[in-house]
Design a protein around this ligand. Structure first.
Ligand SMILES: *Cc1c(COP(=O)(O)O)cnc(C)c1O
Length: 426
């Protein structure tokens, strides 16, 4: 997202600075498609995918984009075109990938603690690359499903390495008290069990320690434990072809904190690859946020200004149902005006939505250039876990989504109408 001067109508020389996504003015998009509106940059997604992929160029690997970060078909199609695989965590996400192209199944890994027999059946039929199995019970359930379908399921156990990672408690997953994976100490016994099942094919070991992790050391610590397990399993005769390193690499959400992604990706790759040296495995990577997060903005218009006992509020037309991260995680998203005013003045405001919850805020005590009613604001870095976490709370139709590719503008999801929301009810 970049400010570009745009000539004002009439007066000839005067120009204003307007925020653009690639070559397209966000003011124009807001006028054309309304607000709130998600806008994504195709070239940011491409560039970050290439950078991430290049960081692992020394090792055989497949980038399996984590669909839950942003599951729009338009974005999946873009990534499929770049030879990405996909990490899915539900039958619905699997269907999205298959909708793009059924042949993508051979690059799909299926994670999640609560796969149902129906979901397993669909995944077996599609012949996905790998099931990341997260419990002993699931192992039995999958063995049964595979036998019934007369298919072989390639599996990895997702191990819980019990390493702490500094992130929000809701998105840390790698400690023994979390619901994810099997304790790494139980893994050897469970692999031995799996080896007995005729329709299970042991193919790898998988790990995922959480999300929005910016210090790469926990990734290295987890991978050291995985590498040790791979050696043990091979010594017992299991064929471990794949190591799935999961996702979780964080991004900067602050002012100008986007930093140098190729350096970040390189240091992440070093942390993951160093412990695996000499093991000759095919690495699977499941990045979500770091691929799509910085590609998106949520455009919103100021509806009202108000002050309660001196505390100032901007009531905007986007809300926690459109972007849940601030309410759910206390997450910080940079907010900037779409049209800059040259004034250096700032005011401290809460940016809040129309929903009937005090937890409905997009920013608290934020210093912003004074915004007037009708002004457009851009909430930055909302390409990941933005629309994907949205809901219809308060019977609010969800925003449209736009994919910009240089000058081209595509509606990749039309705005919901209230009729859309009522359709399923009697
Ligand atoms: C959420 C998730 C990811 C992606 O995490 P990011 O932080 O978006 O990179 C990858 N793998 C699994 C199993 C996940 O649950």
């Amino acid at each position: 997202m970049i400010y570009r001067p745009v000539k004002c109508g009439g007066s000839g020389h005067a120009s204003r600075l307007i925020l653009h996504c690639e070559a397209v003015s966000l003011e124009t998009l807001a006028e054309r498609f309304g607000t709130p509106l998600y806008v994504y940059s195709a070239n940011i997604i491409r560039e970050r995918t290439r950078t991430f992929d290049a960081a692992f160029s020394k090792a055989p690997h497949t980038v399996c984009y984590s669909v839950k970060a942003n599951s729009n078909l338009g974005i999946l199609r873009l990534l499929a075109g770049m030879k990405c695989g996909f990490d899915v965590v539900s039958g619905g996400e699997l269907e999205r990938v298959l909708r793009v192209d059924r042949k993508l199944a051979r690059r799909v890994v299926f994670s999640g603690v609560g796969k149902t027999p129906d979901e397993m059946q669909t995944a077996l039929k599609a012949n996905i690359l790998l099931f990341n199995v997260e419990s002993e019970s699931e192992l039995h359930s999958l063995a049964k499903c595979a036998a019934r379908a007369k298919k072989t399921a390639r599996i990895a156990l997702r191990v819980n390495p019990d390493v702490p990672a500094e992130t929000h408690p809701y998105i840390a997953t790698g400690l023994h008290q979390h619901k994810f994976g099997v304790p790494i100490a139980d893994a050897v016994r469970l692999y031995a069990q799996a080896a007995q099942a005729e329709h299970l094919n042991i193919a790898g070991v998988s790990v995922h320690i959480g999300s929005q992790i910016t210090d790469v050391r926990p990734f290295a610590a987890a991978m050291e434990r995985v590498a040790e397990l791979v050696r043990k399993l091979r010594a017992q005769g299991h064929a471990i072809t794949y190591v799935d390193a999961g996702g979780g690499l964080g991004i900067g959400y602050g002012d100008g904190e986007q930093g140098n992604f190729s350096r970040q990706a390189a240091s992440y790759a070093e942390a993951v690859l160093a412990p695996l040296r000499g093991l000759d495995v095919h690495l699977l990577l499941e990045p979500g946020r770091c691929i799509v997060g910085p590609s998106g903005v949520l455009l919103t218009r100021v509806l009202y200004r108000k002050a309660n006992n001196g505390k100032k509020f901007l009531v905007v037309d986007a809300a926690m149902n459109d972007l849940l991260r601030p309410s759910l995680y206390g997450a910080y998203h940079e907010i900037v005006p779409v049209c800059t005013s040259q004034s250096a003045s700032r005011e401290t405001v809460d940016v809040v939505g129309p929903i009937c919850e005090s937890g409905d805020f997009l920013a608290r005590d934020r210093e912003l250039p004074p915004a007037q009613e009708g002004d457009l604001l851009a909430i930055l870095d909302t390409g990941a876990y933005g629309m994907a976490l949205s809901s219809n709370y308060n019977t609010r139709p969800r925003p449209a989504e736009i994919l910009v590719d240089r000058k081209s503008v595509k509606v990749i999801r039309r705005r919901e109408s209230t009729q859309d929301l009522l359709r399923l009810e009697s």
